[in-house]
Design a protein around this ligand. Structure first.
Ligand code: HEM
Length: 363
């Protein structure tokens, strides 16, 4: 038995709260003077984004798909971990809760595999294991710049697996599917090598990212659906733009290798997390939010506002990073944060518009 949509709302709310607080911390880390909400927000920006926001939303979506109550323990755990990370109280407990959340996601994929074996589920399971491994390193005291590649592996494989799952309808030949598996293996190999030689490891990961981006760019159904209209085209535009950012991140990793802080580190991380991951979120949100929350959402062309803002100002930020110009970097980063607020607002308005339309039709 699953959890009723209304009972899923608090879990989603915890994830969204972590997103908002992570944004606040991110803007503070750029150097903008904002009031201090809690002292730890800037330092916890990355872990809040990945573990507490994305971990909770992905865990929730997968738990709904599995349809079993125990599946929701994962997002509950990461959601609570996020609240502790925000307050800065009991940091080790916060980390432990996020470790438990990632373990639950692994178990969830095992349950999917027991139901029906599929390679794309194996890829997503390996992604969840990458998240678990990264979280264990983090719990045992490794720095974020050591852990972050494992977190990237989690998101990279989750998306690669999901796109392959949807690609089943396209009947992609086996040989081409094996190319994707090769790119996934290369990425995970790179991540594993970071344990011994971080510079070589991230360069191999970069090659894997480029290979996955090229594969998705050539084989994804989005290449066809981008010629349609409305929501279908909107989703495809986001996916294709995301693949471009993934290739950019891969290229930066191959060229620069490992950085531990500073402008190049900022460019590498945010081409991936904002350019790639948020393009995927923007594209999937009109489908996933209704499925998770049990509330419809009306597609509106206004969604393109947050899409255009994201790409324009992320470009400004990354160009600032790479040319060592702090002003464009800081303005781009600030508008990136505001863009995510526009996205949240657009989403809430679209849910409301759907509700109003339904009431009007019923009346
Ligand atoms: C939208 C506005 C955002 C702003 C203003 C922002 C800002 C920053 C800044 C200034 C840094 C430090 C970079 C350095 O060391 O020079 C950083 C690091 C980081 N960011 Fe963001 N970020 C944003 C979005 C995101 C998103 C969406 C994610 C993930 C989904 C993310 C994940 C990370 C991670 C993992 C780190 C590394 C943290 C560390 O090493 O402690 N950021 N961010």
């Amino acid at each position: 038995m699953s959890l009723k949509p209304n009972h899923r709302l608090p879990l989603m709310a915890m994830g969204m709260f972590s997103l908002l607080m992570a944004l606040f911390g991110g803007v503070q880390r750029l150097g903008w003077e904002l009031p201090t909400l809690t002292l730890v927000l800037p330092a916890n920006h990355g872990s809040l984004m990945v573990g507490a926001f994305l971990g909770t939303v992905i865990g929730l979506e997968r738990a709904v798909a599995l349809g079993r109550r125990w599946g929701f323990l994962g997002p509950l755990s990461t959601g609570l971990g996020g609240l502790l990370l925000i307050t800065g109280v009991a940091p080790s407990l916060a980390q432990l809760l996020i470790v438990i959340g990632s373990l639950m996601l692994c178990l969830l994929f095992v349950a999917f595999l027991r139901r029906q074996f599929a390679w794309f589920t194996v890829i997503m399971l390996v992604g969840a294991l990458s998240w678990l491994a990264g979280n264990l390193l983090w719990l045992t005291g490794s720095s974020i710049f050591v852990v972050v590649w494992w977190w990237m592996g989690f998101l990279l494989l989750t998306i690669a697996g999901e796109r392959m799952e949807l690609g089943r309808m396209l009947f992609i030949p086996k040989a081409r599917q094996q190319q994707m598996s090769g790119a996934v293996v290369l990425s995970m190999l790179g991540i594993a090598v970071t344990l011994f030689d971080i510079d070589t490891g991230v360069r191999i990961l970069g090659l894997g990212m480029i290979a996955i981006a090229v594969w998705l760019g050539l084989n994804d159904i989005a290449r066809r659906t981008v010629r349609q209209t409305g929501l279908t085209r909107f989703i495809a535009v986001n996916l294709l733009a995301g693949y471009l950012w993934l290739a950019c991140c891969g290229l930066l990793l191959v060229l620069f290798g490992a950085d531990f802080s500073g402008l190049r580190y900022d460019a590498v991380l945010h081409t991936f997390f904002l350019g790639f991951i948020f393009s995927m979120i923007f594209g999937h949100a009109p489908v996933i939010f209704p499925a998770v929350l049990g509330r419809g959402m009306l597609y509106r062309p206004a969604f393109y506002i947050h899409v255009v803002l994201l790409h324009v100002f992320l470009t400004v930020r990354v160009v600032g990073d790479l040319t060592i110009e702090l002003l464009p970097r800081n303005i781009g980063g600030l508008i990136n944060a505001l863009t995510l607020l526009v996205f949240v607002l657009n989403t809430v308005l679209a849910i409301r518009a759907h509700h109003v339309k339904q009431k009007a039709e019923a009346g």
